[in-house]
Design a protein around this ligand. Structure first.
Ligand SMILES: [Zn+2]
Length: 125
């Protein structure tokens, strides 16, 4: 008889169980890696979409802004903080600086030319 056909499976106690457990664990580890990779890719894609939306929104704001050269804050408080920072950096604090709402929807800092400056008299140089 052909010696190849005489091969017999030798079952070592516990070995088959360990092999099955190992294969099972390998399959699960692979599945976890794939889920993690798919999750990370989906998160990266969502972040790219958010960034594209932010860029489109900013481009639209700049297109309707009469002063696109100016920094735009999202809130009045942010722009007012900017006013305080600008004043604190100058020896001659420009007390006419005010935060104002722009037609672009943002808040800018500019000189109050309305004559309604309520912050106090300008400090002479
Ligand atoms: Zn503007």
């Amino acid at each position: 008889m052909d010696p190849m056909t005489q091969r017999r499976i030798i079952v070592v106690p516990g070995r088959l169980e360990r092999h099955i457990a190992h294969c099972w664990e390998e399959a699960h580890a692979e599945q976890r890696r794939r889920i993690k990779a798919a999750t990370e890719e989906a998160q990266a894609e969502a972040e790219r979409a958010r960034e594209a939306a932010r860029a489109a929104e900013e481009a639209a704001r700049l297109a309707r802004c009469p002063r696109p050269d100016k920094v735009a804050w999202g809130t009045r408080e942010g722009a007012q903080d900017g006013v305080h920072v600008m004043r604190s950096r100058r020896q001659d604090p420009d007390l006419t600086l005010v935060a104002y709402r722009c037609s672009c929807g943002g808040w800018h800092i500019g000189n109050d030319r309305s004559g309604r400056a309520t912050i106090g008299p300008r400090v002479p140089p």
